[in-house]
Design a protein around this ligand. Structure first.
Ligand SMILES: Nc1ncnc2c1ncn2[C@@H]1O[C@H](COP(=O)(O)OP(=O)(O)OP(=O)(O)O)[C@@H](O)[C@H]1O
Ligand SMILES: [Mg+2]
Length: 308
């Protein structure tokens, strides 16, 4: 349950979530987003009485370093704080999500790679509980780099992740697949398994470079394999209040219109810091501006019915 505050002024507490004890003020108390669009406040999500089946979200952009992993960890972290059961799939051989959630991927017996290629394995055996309430992860390490080649000769090669996640969906409210920066078969597997895609885009020059290619891949997967696949939204990350970023925002909006999330993630050193701390920033520094922003994105997802 949540208590709604009476005011919506800059800096005032709008709502306190009784689960997390965190203030859920609209970021900066803005009546409009950075694109000047008016929007309703997103209320603190109600607690769930039961869990599952999960929505599967692919965090996807073949451009590197745009905030896919950071957004996977922190949208997941924020939803976990709202009592949602979250499973992160590290789908990148770099293993950044695994490390970012405090798991040593070289010390675990099995990873997502094992789950993909051993059909006799119950994928529950690959799930690792993190130190954070409601967040589990299937880790990845460098082994996954062999998967792209191995998948080519597999029967039903686009459907393999889908088969793994199907066995896990009932225990979670959301499964977030943190994709690697490529449009290869692993990413196609993520798009095939997903209900929808979130595309993080860094607010910088060339932000949209390559996004047309990503949209083509999404459309191909929609038309050939997964017609229900949706684009849940474009999340602008690494925003600073400069003329340059504002221009980039306008370009992103022209390209994606209402698909752009109202909430924008600011550039902040707290995010690399939280990587070092191996914890989601929403847990590591819950009152930090970027934590509020990620919580706002989580609330937007719940308010829009993307996540229960
Ligand atoms: N809003 C932000 N402000 C400042 N730094 C950020 C922000 N978001 C992410 N970073 C940092 O930028 C780097 C890249 O972010 P991240 O790993 O999330 O991107 P990615 O898209 O997953 O990258 P890759 O394509 O390599 O998987 C990391 O060091 C991360 O800590
Ligand atoms: Mg990453």
């Amino acid at each position: 349950m949540c208590e709604q505050g009476m005011f919506d002024l800059p800096g005032t507490i709008r709502a306190v979530n009784q689960n997390t004890g965190l203030e859920d003020d609209k970021v900066n108390g803005m009546p409009t987003d950075l694109l000047g669009r008016e929007y309703e406040t997103f209320p603190a999500p109600q607690p769930l009485q039961q869990h599952g089946p999960a929505r599967v979200i692919a965090m996807c952009n073949q451009k590197g370093g745009v905030g896919k992993t950071t957004s996977s960890i922190n949208i997941g972290g924020a939803l976990a704080q709202y009592g949602r059961r979250v499973l992160i799939i590290d789908f990148d051989p770099q293993g950044a999500a695994t490390v970012g959630l405090g798991i040593n991927a070289n010390a675990v017996d099995s990873t997502i790679y094992t789950a993909l290629f051993d059909p006799t394995l119950d994928p529950h055996e690959v799930v690792q509980h993190t130190a954070f309430e409601n967040i589990d992860i299937i880790p990845a390490n460098i082994d996954l780099s062999a998967a792209e080649v191995q998948l080519v000769t597999e029967v039903g090669r686009e459907q393999i992740l889908n088969g793994v996640l199907r066995k896990l969906k009932n225990e979670y409210d959301v499964i977030i697949v943190d994709c690697q920066p490529s449009l290869g078969l692993l990413t196609v597997n993520a798009l095939t398994a997903a209900d929808g895609v979130i595309i993080p885009v860094a607010a910088e020059f060339f932000a949209l470079r390559g996004v047309a290619l990503l949209m083509q891949s999404i459309e191909k997967v929609q038309s050939r394999i997964n017609p229900a696949l949706q684009v849940y939204g474009v999340l602008v990350t690494m925003y600073t209040k400069t003329l340059h970023c504002e221009e980039v925002m306008q370009r992103i909006y022209e390209a994606f219109q209402d698909k752009v999330f109202h909430t924008v993630i600011s550039r902040s050193i707290k995010l690399p810091d939280s990587n070092v701390a191996a914890a989601p920033v929403v847990i590591y520094a819950p009152q930090h501006k970027t934590s509020k922003e990620y919580r706002e994105v989580a609330r937007e997802l719940v308010a829009r019915g993307v996540v229960a």
